[in-house]
Design a protein around this ligand. Structure first.
Ligand code: GLN
Length: 473
């Protein structure tokens, strides 16, 4: 039996009953990383195995009947989050020697829950991209077809979960970066509401859009991780005071009568017909579970790319100003062409004479989108949508086509623009056996509702159980 294939509650039961140990988990994790990571390139840095085993040993000794569900489990984080003593590169040469001087709140919380961080995952540097090709540490490969990208920007984290190297991973989503690679690697990923999870100690891409969220095999596992990592944080003024729901007990609620909205704008003409078919199949499956389908419209969804990129690039040009060549590496030499392009575009959008026409206009359009989503949620409980218009691209295809690269984000970015939560879950496969996910989008702070629907769906339809045959053992 492969332990890494078991769910978080299953593992937790076995650990508490002392049928397995944390040391077993750590060993299996390193075994799988050693076997596959040379090909897949999921990790930028890895903890020394001896240190991880020592940590697991201590946890095994101190385990009690009341130890929480994450106690003794193994996880990895996108390399944009600080953990004291580890390198945090953000996949950029600029920070290739940067050592975290303190720990992010998310890491501290997971560590106090007893989870073992074993490494940091590859990404598009600074979160700039959707394919992990814009990394100074090499492209990550899709475990389902290594000629293709794993999605991004949290590509390395998705691979680590998909190939069962860790029990769960932590990613970041500014415009799709958790959902896009989750969909492309056949795992589940949750983009949380803006403010739900603290961003203290995480490297900023675009501060009004960035969110930190869990990536795991199933909605059930996501609920267990979210329960530990979410909540208000005095150190992050943008974190919300709103009380946490009980994500775990909410999983099992009945979903009969739930209204699932299908917005016609999510099925624009550039969607791959195979993907559209899979999304509609999921809608039909949800009706079999008692849900009702409602047709709705988000008229300005198609402006999403312009709105998002104007805001994201303006904010990144401002956030990147701190890397001024004094404390860190030299800008010209150590930033990728993609990042330099984004800084220039953002600076232009904010510059005197253009800010009104570009940045400020995008902010007004943002309000329009927020209102349209608000109106839609009067007619339905959640929206069902594709994650990307295309299946995972061949390596090189997107990086050489910047417009297509941006258009790939059409279905994910407006969720960030509106600050909403969205759950991506595996939904099926294309004819060439590439995984396709769908997203369930909810009202702000309705994570529990999304995880509940995701859980019920996954209890009945088990695409999420499939792993690539090439890396089965
Ligand atoms: N692909 C999008 C971008 O490049 C989203 C990235 C993200 O969510 N970090 O901006």
């Amino acid at each position: 039996m492969m332990l890494m294939d078991l769910s978080i509650p299953e593992l937790s039961k076995l650990l508490v009953a002392r049928k397995i140990s944390s040391v077993d988990l750590v060993k299996e994790s390193y075994k799988r990383i050693t076997a596959w990571d040379g090909q897949l390139n999921s990790f930028i840095s890895l903890k020394d195995k001896k240190i991880a085993i020592r940590e697991a040993n201590i946890l095994d000794k101190n385990r009690t009947k009341n130890s929480g569900a994450l106690y003794g489990l193994v996880f990895s984080m996108k390399d944009a989050y600080l953990a004291l003593g580890t390198k945090t590169t953000c996949a950029s040469n600029m920070l290739k020697n940067f050592k975290s001087p303190y720990s992010s709140t998310v890491y501290q919380k997971l560590k106090s829950a007893g989870a073992i961080l074993i490494g940091k995952n590859n990404l598009d540097s600074w979160g700039h991209g959707g394919s992990t090709e814009n990394s100074d540490f090499g492209v990550s490969k899709n475990p389902w077809d290594q000629k293709r990208v794993a999605g991004g920007s949290s590509g390395g984290s998705a691979i680590a979960v998909a190939s069962r190297m860790v029990n769960f991973a932590i990613g970041e989503d500014t415009g799709g970066s958790i959902r896009n690679p989750s969909s492309m690697c056949n795992i589940s990923g949750l983009k949380v509401s803006y403010g739900r999870v603290s961003r203290w100690g995480t490297i900023a891409y675009a501060s009004s859009l960035d969110t930190v969220g869990p990536m795991a095999k199933s909605s059930e596992d996501l609920a267990y991780v979210l329960q530990e990592m979410a909540g208000a944080d005095k150190k992050d003024a943008s974190s919300a005071q709103k009380k946490l729901d009980d994500y775990i007990s909410n999983l099992k609620k009945r979903i009969k009568g739930k209204k699932i909205g299908l917005a016609k704008e999510f099925f624009s003409k550039n969607i791959d017909p195979e993907i559209e078919k899979i999304v509609r199949k999921v809608a039909e499956r949800l009706t079999r579970l008692g849900a009702e389908i409602v047709n709705v419209s988000i008229p300005h969804l198609n402006y999403g790319i312009s709105i998002y990129y104007l805001i994201a690039l303006s904010e990144t040009s401002s956030n990147m100003a701190r890397y001024d060549g004094v404390r860190y590496g030299n800008k010209r030499e150590s930033l990728s062409p993609e990042t330099i392009k984004r800084i220039i575009l953002g600076t232009y959008a904010l510059s005197a004479g253009y800010a009104d026409k570009l940045y400020k206009k995008a902010q007004k359009a943002r309000t329009v989108l927020i209102d349209e989503y608000r109106r839609v949620f009067k007619k339905c409980d959640v929206l069902l949508a594709p994650v990307t218009p295309s299946k995972p691209a061949k390596i090189g295809e997107l990086i050489n086509d910047p417009v297509k690269n941006f258009l790939e984000d059409l279905y994910t970015v407006t969720v960030n623009v509106a600050g909403l939560p969205s759950l991506a879950i595996p939904a099926g496969f294309t004819k060439d056996n590439l995984p396709i996910g769908v997203q369930l989008i909810g009202e702000r702070f309705h994570e529990a509702e999304l995880l509940n629907i995701g859980y019920k769906y996954q209890q009945n339809f088990r695409d999420y159980k499939k792993i690539p045959t090439t890396i089965k053992n």
